[in-house]
Design a protein around this ligand. Sequence first.
Ligand code: HEC
Length: 115
Amino acid sequence: MRLTRVARAQGAPLLLAGLLGLAGGVGAQEPGQVKAPVKTGLCVTCHGALGMGATPDTPHIAAQPQIYLVAQLKAFRSGERKHAVMNVIARPLTDTEITELADWYSSVRIEVRAP
Ligand code: HEC
């Protein structure tokens, strides 16, 4: 009986937080409203402002799975994946910066069409 009351008392604020979070989430998904992390400034020359490769030999990173981007950036950072430029770019990145970059590029929306 006592346990039930405690659970109820804790449930209400959690539910409220959930609803508020949901309301905030809808607003955050408006195109162009999410600010790019500062470190994307290191990437724009080659990957473009939104992660679409700006030169013929640069891959698109926009809308790639977050988990893939994290794995590639960590592999470049450790040297496990070798590329002269990307190894230098990734070496000083912290885990937090890698997560922020991956979160942002993976949340960019692209449209695909059959050729
Ligand atoms: C000077 C150009 C240049 C800059 C600056 C640069 N990249 Fe790259 N990036 C490349 C090239 C070229 C490749 C392809 C590497 C290869 O062939 O393995 C690449 C590959 C990648 C990949 C792997 C993509 C895949 O499909 O596997 C990721 C992720 C990536 N870059 C993220 C970033 C991020 C994040 C930044 C900024 C912090 C950045 N890059 C800055 C040129 C650049």
